[in-house]
Design a protein around this ligand. Structure first.
Ligand SMILES: Cc1ncc(COP(=O)(O)O)c(C=O)c1O
Length: 464
């Protein structure tokens, strides 16, 4: 198997990222102490031990009360929450005149806020790429309920990118005077394709609002909201720096806020609500979208995480992920059985340009028959390798990658007994003979050459 010197010769930029090796030794020592080969950074990032210590110190040196008040402990909590909002805006280079930060549970919570409040209407459009997380797909239910047309833009094999001319055609179909929403991921959680940020301006120019899902992009790329101006940006912070879980955000452009109509009110979202008067007045800004009490003890840990990323430098993280992904792709695609049959098929780009650090594949035996992704996961588990299998909540990309047609799906969904209930096993049986999922290997913040080599060695062990 090619070694480290082959690697740095092929990817010399890796040599400039050794600060991360020191950081890993110092701040993520548990990874190597416990012998984990962590390759699911798209699923969740890993936290540094120093983030925990700083957060612990903050909690143990202060007294925090519920921020919905003006007593001293409440004010301390409010101040930290507002500081964190500012830190998030600064991190994304977003002007407070342009954007607000709404704290949510996770990216899905942010997406639901948009879905339920967006003024979809009859004759208007919800346009989205096949390649989207289910929490973006789910918005279509709000669109359907309000009579909007829902249209999916396909992605094309082998690279799983969108045909620009086709996208232009769809964007031309926006309706004047309508609320039309276009949603796509800055980086796919399936193929890791980075879809062009230029689409934002293109869609704006044709009157669309744009939802840019940055959940998979933000952990290893800088999203500059001074340069790009999507209307809605959902995020999960645990994907960026591992801790805390349970906090995400919706960055929303002030300009579109007035269009949104929340379907209810809750504690914290109003200035005044009356029982006898049957009336309520929505609060201004982020508060109108934050139901009940925020996670005020964990939100300050977001600022600690952002500072952690800034200290390492996104350029360094990005360069490292780029080199390791290239090496993984080069070597994994080179593995062949004795019969000459390739061990894997990659879904998505096999070159590192305009893609992120997740590599999604299926394994094949020496006769070219697919190996069940669950078998690969079981074998990887035995080697203490954490990877992800299935369709990663991205069924559109999965259906295109795996060649599952609309007709096949319709046959499964309408077969007797399956109009209301369908388990994953039922689904597998229904599309029998085809792979129903894939294996995703993703590198991130503190991945190193040894992690990738361990996986390549494991893969080599599957050759026959
Ligand atoms: C691209 C993308 N969008 C949205 C989400 C949803 O994130 P969460 O599960 O944190 O809500 C994910 C999670 O994997 C994702 O990868």
């Amino acid at each position: 198997m090619p070694n480290y010197s082959d690697f740095v010769q092929a990817y010399p930029a890796y040599d400039k990222t050794h600060d991360i090796d020191e950081l890993r030794e110092r701040d993520y020592a548990r990874l190597d102490r416990l012998g984990h080969v962590y390759l699911d950074y798209t699923g969740g990032g890993l936290y540094a031990e120093s983030q925990l210590r700083l957060h612990q110190k903050l909690l143990s040196r202060n007294v925090f009360g519920n921020p919905h008040s003006t007593n001293p402990t409440s004010l301390v909590a409010t101040r930290l929450i507002e500081n964190t909002r500012r830190a998030v805006l600064e991190y994304f280079n977003a002007s407070p005149d342009d954007y607000i930060v709404i704290f949510t549970l996770n990216a899905s919570g942010a997406l639901k806020l948009v879905g339920e409040a967006y003024p979809f209407g009859k004759g208007c459009h919800y346009l989205l790429t096949f390649d989207n997380h289910n929490s973006v797909n789910g918005i279509r239910e709000f669109a359907h309920a309000k009579g909007a047309d829902v249209t999916y833009v396909p992605v094309a094999l082998p690279d799983m990118r969108v045909d620009e001319a086709m996208l232009d055609g769809y964007l031309e179909q926006g309706t004047a005077g309508c609320a039309d929403l276009f949603a796509y991921p800055a980086q796919s959680n399936f193929s890791s394709v980075q879809h062009p940020l230029e689409w934002i301006e293109k869609a704006h120019a044709r009157g669309w609002d744009v939802l840019l899902d940055a959940a998979a992009f933000a952990p290893t790329n800088r999203l500059d909201l001074g340069r790009w101006k999507p209307d809605f940006v959902p995020l999960s912070f645990y994907k960026m720096f591992g801790y805390p879980t349970g906090v995400g955000a919706l960055l929303a452009r002030r300009e579109v806020l007035g269009k949104l109509h929340r379907p209810w009110f809750a504690g914290g979202t109003i200035t005044v609500a009356s029982v006898q008067g049957d009336k309520y007045y929505l609060a201004e800004g982020p508060a109108a979208f934050e139901d009940g009490t925020l996670d005020y003890l964990n939100i300050p840990a977001v600022e600690i995480g952002l500072k952690h990323l800034d200290k390492i430098g996104m350029a360094t993280i990005h360069a490292r992920v780029h080199c390791l992904t290239g090496w993984l792709l080069d070597n994994l695609t080179a593995l062949k059985h004795g019969s000459g049959a390739p061990l894997v098929h990659v879904y998505g780009p096999t070159r590192v340009e305009k893609r992120g650090g997740a590599v999604t594949v299926n394994f094949f035996d020496r006769d070219g028959k697919p190996v069940d992704h669950r078998f690969i996961e079981e074998r990887a588990n035995e080697h203490n390798i954490s990877l992800r299998t299935g369709c990663f909540c991205n069924p559109g990309a999965g259906e295109i990658a795996l060649g599952i047609s609309k007709m096949e799906l319709a046959a499964c969904f309408t077969s007797p007994g399956h109009t209301q209930r369908l388990s994953y096993d039922d689904f597998r049986l229904c599309i029998d003979g085809k792979a129903s999922g894939a294996v995703r290997i993703s590198v991130g913040l503190v991945s190193n050459f040894e992690d990738v080599q361990a996986f390549l060695k494991f893969a080599e062990g599957l050759l026959k």
